[in-house]
Design a protein around this ligand. Structure first.
Ligand code: NAI
Ligand code: AKB
Length: 328
C-alpha cells in the first residue's frame, strides 16, 4: 500500500527506546528515509541507536516540549509507545496513571491540534476475567483488573471517540505478548517468554513465574512490526474498526519449553508462580480472534511456534557469539 505519496512524511516515535520502538523506527526509516523518523524517549540512547537516525529527549508529560517538537519538525505521524507495562504498572499505579493516561491525553491533544495521524498500541491486557477468553473478539466486555489494562481501554475509547467526533486518524492494534532478542522487555506479564530463550542458551535453566499451563497469545517482533506498518498504511476506507486484535500463536510455558527442547534437550524449567503476574495472566485471553484484521486489511502472521523458537535460538546464539559469551 502506498501511504502519503509525494508528501514528506515525518514521524515521531515516543517511548521509542523500549522493546518495540527501535525496531519499528528502523523499518519506517527504510521506507521513508532515516531523517524523517525521529525516536524520542527519556532514557539515554545506546550509540547504535544514535548512529541510525535522529533521537531527541522528550518526556511524554511535557506538553509544551512535545508541541515544539511536532511544530519544528513538521511532524505528520505520531507513534505513541511510551507506557508502563502490566507488572511494573501494578508496582507503581500513580506513575502508570500519569504515563499511560495523562501521557495519552497529551499526544491525542497534540494530534488534534496539528492534524497528525496517530498510532497507539493496546494489548491483550485490555481484557479482564469477565471477557470471553478463548477466543477474545474485537468487541466484547472489557473490564481489566490492572491499571495498565484500564489505561489501554481508556485509550481505545478516547481514540475512537475523537475519530468519530473530530475525524482524528487514530489507529490502534491490540498486541499479544511480543517476543524479541535485541531489546529486553520492559516489565510485563509475558516477559518470561523472552527470558526462557536466553536462559536456555546460558545456564540451561529457567525459573518461570507463571504456572506451566498458563496459555497466552504471543507474537514474534517482526510480525508485530509488520502488522503495525501495514495497518498504519492501510487506506481509511478499508477500516471498519479503529482498534483491532492481531494474533499469531498462543502457548503455555510448558509448550514453549518442549519446542525449545527439540533444539536443546537439556533445558530444565522449574515453576515458582508469582502471585501478581499469575493473577494478571489468569485474567487475560488465552487466544485472540483477529478475523476482522485479516478481512479488512489483510493481516497474516508469518511466525508460528516452531518458526519463533528456531529464529529466537539462532538470533541469541549469534548475539552471544558476537558478545564473546559462552553457549550452553
Ligand atoms: N512488549 C509487549 O509485549 C507489548 C507492548 N505493548 C505496547 O507497546 C508499547 C511499547 O511497548 P514496549 O516497547 O514493550 O515497552 P517498554 O516498557 O519496553 O518501553 C516503554 C518506553 O517508554 C518510555 N517512557 C517511560 N516514561 C516515559 C515518559 N515520561 N516519557 C517518554 N517516554 C517514557 C520508557 O523509557 C521506555 O523506553 C506500549 O504502549 C505497550 O503497552 C502492547 C502489548 C504487548
Ligand atoms: C502483553 C503486554 O501488554 C505486555 N507484554 C505485558 O505483559 O504487560
Amino acid at each position: 500500500a502506498v501511504f502519503l505519496t509525494n508528501v514528506c512524511v515525518s514521524c515521531v516515535c515516543a517511548g521509542g527506546l523500549g522493546q518495540l520502538g527501535i525496531g519499528l523506527a528502523q523499518i519506517l526509516r527504510e521506507q521513508y528515509g532515516s531523517e524523517n523518523v525521529i525516536l524520542s524517549d527519556i532514557k539515554k540512547p545506546p550509540s547504535h541507536v544514535l548512529n541510525r537516525g535522529p533521537f531527541v529527549y522528550a518526556d511524554i508529560l511535557d506538553y509544551k516540549h512535545l508541541r515544539e517538537l511536532v511544530v519544528n519538525n513538521r511532524i505528520t505521524w505520531l507513534v505513541h509507545y511510551s507506557a508502563l507495562l502490566s507488572a511494573v504498572g501494578e508496582a507503581n499505579v500513580a506513575l502508570a496513571r500519569k504515563i499511560n493516561i495523562t501521557g495519552l491525553h497529551n499526544v491525542l491533544d497534540l494530534a488534534l491540534e496539528n492534524s497528525l495521524r496517530i498510532f497507539v498500541p493496546s494489548t491483550i491486557g485490555a481484557f479482564g476475567p469477565s471477557s470471553p477468553r478463548d477466543p477474545a473478539p474485537d468487541l466484547c466486555v472489557q473490564r481489566p483488573r490492572t491499571i495498565y489494562g484500564v489505561s489501554k481501554v481508556h485509550c481505545e475509547l478516547m481514540g475512537e471517540y475523537l475519530h468519530y467526533k473530530y475525524g482524528l486518524d487514530f489507529r490502534c492494534l491490540r498486541y499479544p505478548g511480543v517476543i524479541s532478542v535485541n531489546t529486553p522487555p520492559g516489565g510485563g506479564t509475558t516477559d518470561y517468554a523472552v527470558q526462557i530463550f536466553h536462559d536456555a542458551l546460558s545456564t540451561g535453566h529457567h525459573e518461570c513465574y507463571l504456572r506451566k499451563e498458563t496459555r497466552l497469545p504471543m507474537m514474534h517482533i517482526s510480525d508485530c512490526h509488520r502488522a503495525t506498518v501495514e495497518f498504519m498504511q492501510a487506506p481509511q476506507c478499508q477500516l471498519s474498526l479503529r482498534t483491532y486484535n492481531i494474533a499469531a500463536m498462543s502457548f503455555t510455558p510448558e509448550e514453549v519449553a518442549q519446542e525449545i527442547r527439540k533444539h536443546l534437550p537439556h533445558l530444565k524449567v522449574t515453576y515458582n508462580p508469582d502471585s501478581v503476574r499469575q493473577t494478571i495472566a489468569d485474567s487475560w485471553p488465552v487466544r485472540f480472534d483477529d478475523s476482522n484484521a485479516r478481512r479488512d486489511w489483510g493481516w497474516e502472521p508469518a511466525f508460528g511456534l516452531q518458526e519463533l523458537v528456531s529464529d529466537m535460538l539462532q538470533s541469541i546464539r549469534n548475539k552471544r557469539a558476537t558478545d564473546g559469551l559462552s553457549i550452553s
